[in-house]
Design a protein around this ligand. Structure first.
Ligand SMILES: Nc1nc2c(c(=O)[nH]1)N[C@H]1C(S)=C(S)[C@@H](COP(=O)(O)O)O[C@H]1N2
Ligand SMILES: [Mo]
Length: 193
């Protein structure tokens, strides 16, 4: 093995070989399916028309599997992806919070649009499995924010991050106006159906 290849390559000047290699690598990269799993902090799954990662696979997607979640199509967002979508501001205060908090992040609608989501409702779900189902028309409101920042601090794991669903009181169906029930923190998954 190799004899034929070596003699073939020996006949070509280095520069030509370099160009051929460059073309081969370029063609390979552009032909490969996108895979943004490694950067994911929030993943939109289900009825999405702009997938950017492979379908659910139970071993690699161990945490989704742990919560009995699976999907064929999904769009993964990194922190920077979410920040780039827009940083809208909303200030909220609840009796069980130490103070009013200034939240910033993209609207839920911007996140869904970037994933090409088409559906009647979405379930915004946290790492602990807590989730809230929201009709599409509510999810599209400009004051429903997937906050990635609170009081100028990024929301991290172990805190309320990577994202915190926030909106004005009374926005979500059956939202209790006196408590922050329904404001999902530690959001990592949005299922569209
Ligand atoms: N991830 C996650 N978010 C959640 C909840 C939860 O259990 N897990 N509980 C909800 C409810 S019922 C309330 S009242 C508020 C405040 O819960 P906390 O006091 O545990 O922060 O968070 C909401 N968001
Ligand atoms: Mo609650």
């Amino acid at each position: 093995m190799g004899e034929k290849q070596r003699s073939w390559a020996a006949g070509l000047p280095g520069a030509v070989l370099g160009v051929l290699l460059f073309l081969a690598i370029g063609a390979g990269a552009s032909a490969a399916a996108p895979d943004k799993r490694g950067d994911a902090v929030v993943t939109v799954t289900g009825s999405v028309t702009r997938p950017n990662r492979p379908p659910f696979e139970s071993f690699q997607d161990g945490y989704f599997a742990h919560l009995n979640l699976s999907f064929d199509r999904a769009h993964a967002f990194s922190r920077d992806d979410l920040r780039r979508l827009g940083m809208h501001r909303i200030v909220l205060r609840y009796p069980n919070w130490p103070k009013a908090i200034v939240f910033r992040g993209p609207t839920l609608g911007e996140v869904l649009a970037a994933a090409g989501a088409t559906g009647r409702s979405v379930t915004v779900r946290a790492l602990d499995g807590y989730g809230v189902q929201i009709p599409a028309e509510v999810a599209a409101r400009s004051d429903v924010i997937l906050a990635v920042e609170a009081d100028g601090q990024r929301l991290g794991l172990g805190g309320r991050g990577p994202a915190w669903l926030v909106c004005p009181k009374g926005t979500l169906p059956d939202q209790d106006p006196d408590t922050d029930s329904g404001l999902v923190w530690a959001v990592f998954h949005i299922a569209v159906e």
